[in-house]
Design a protein around this ligand. Structure first.
Ligand SMILES: [Zn+2]
Length: 380
């Protein structure tokens, strides 16, 4: 199953429909109906399906179908061909992040179907997680209205099968600075968008310093504070022209318990009240526009106890921790109002890397998890 799923190039820029179609037919072949929740433009879809009775108190197995690009990465094997090497590792894009989790569940589908489930097992497969958790919102909303309230949600992102009960939230923005061109010898006649974009980056660094100083000394998060990142800056056309345009893709990862948009609103206020007047003073045509690009809520530890206890008993691991990367956990937990944990095979260190792999032993550990989960689901 993992070999089949890896072979679909579901890089986020591509359609995921071939994979979704494959999964839908596979489920149907085992008598399991599924529903699709398409994207607005119809090029992608989420899928959800229920194995066992349409009843409450089931378990949701959640995964994202998309993977990050392999562009420019030095792979030793074909990233779209699952390759087992002598080192006990399966190589391929998406092996670890995160096709293995639901490949294992799908491969065990015949067992799920035959087991005589008293509690349902729900599959939830999303699109566009890697570029901002875009699919999960509509998927979770549909499941909230059409699936009887589950007991727990398992987000199968790579945690080495340990139980993760919290993570930071992530917010990203695009800020477009528009200046006015002039010859670079005549700086008094125009305004450079790049120079003001630079001031903005400097502002973000200063806020970061503040956050670092104020951060708690003891925290389960590393780093303990919210963290800013400027991912890309694009602007300018030539060495002797004041740049008319400069676009900054920036964002931050905020701690659970803090409003996700607080730092963004603060930065937007600074842009409007502090920076824009300075820019306009140089040339009245100057503008600064900011749009929200993605918002992934933090995953708070409160209210996850039931999911923690069950996932720990299925995984056999007593390690409960937090991670700093974002997942769909916050979206599912909030929308369905159900205790949630992140727990899946593989190590996040291999995610997004060239030669991404998953240890064969992690596949075994995840199978054992699913087996114990099925035993639980067969009890009243
Ligand atoms: Zn992932």
């Amino acid at each position: 199953m993992l070999r089949r799923l890896v072979a679909f190039d579901t890089t986020s820029r591509n359609s995921n429909l071939a994979l979704i179609d494959y999964v839908q037919h596979y489920l149907k072949g085992h008598g399991v109906e599924s529903k699709l929740v398409p994207s607005d433009d119809g090029t992608k879809a989420n899928l959800f399906a229920t194995v066992g009775p349409m009843a409450k108190d089931g378990v949701v197995l959640s995964g994202h179908t998309d993977v990050v690009p392999v562009d420019g990465q030095p792979w030793d094997t074909d990233p779209w061909t699952l390759t087992l090497k002598d080192d006990g590792k399966y190589y391929g894009r998406g092996t670890c992040d995160m096709k293995a989790f639901y490949a294992i569940a799908l491969a065990m589908l015949p067992q799920f179907v035959k087991a005589g489930l008293k509690k349902p097992i729900h599959f939830a497969l999303s699109y566009d997680e890697e570029i901002g958790c875009f699919g999960a919102h509509s998927l979770a909303a549909r499941m909230a209205s059409e699936v009887p309230r589950p007991k727990v949600i398992i987000i199968g992102e790579p945690t080495m099968m340990t139980v993760v009960h919290a993570h930071k939230g992530s917010q990203t923005y695009i800020t477009k600075f528009t200046g006015f061109e002039a010859h670079s010898s005549m700086t008094h006649l125009g305004v450079s968008a790049i120079h003001f974009a630079g001031e903005f980056v400097h502002y973000l660094n200063k806020v970061q310093d503040e956050l670092d100083v104020a951060a708690p000394k003891k925290s389960e998060f590393m780093p303990a504070a919210a963290t800013f990142n400027v991912g890309t800056i694009v602007g300018g056309t030539a060495g002797n022209i004041l740049a008319r345009e400069c676009e900054v893709l920036w964002g931050y990862r905020e701690l659970p318990g803090k409003p996700i948009d607080e730092l963004g609103e603060r930065a937007k206020k600074w842009l409007k009240e502090e920076l824009l007047p300075k820019m306009k003073a140089k040339h009245p045509a100057a503008t600064i526009d900011t749009v929200l690009r993605s918002s992934t809520p933090a995953f708070s530890p409160e209210g996850n106890d039931e999911a923690k206890a069950l996932a720990a008993s299925w995984s056999g691991s007593n390690i409960v921790g937090s991670v700093v990367y974002g997942t769909e956990a916050g979206i599912f937990k909030k929308t369905l109002g159900v205790p949630t944990v992140v727990c899946g095979p593989g190590d996040i260190a291999q995610a997004h890397q060239p030669n991404e792999f998953i240890l064969a032993s992690q596949i075994g550990a995840c199978e054992a998890f699913m087996t114990r989960m099925v035993e639980w689901a067969c009890r009243n």
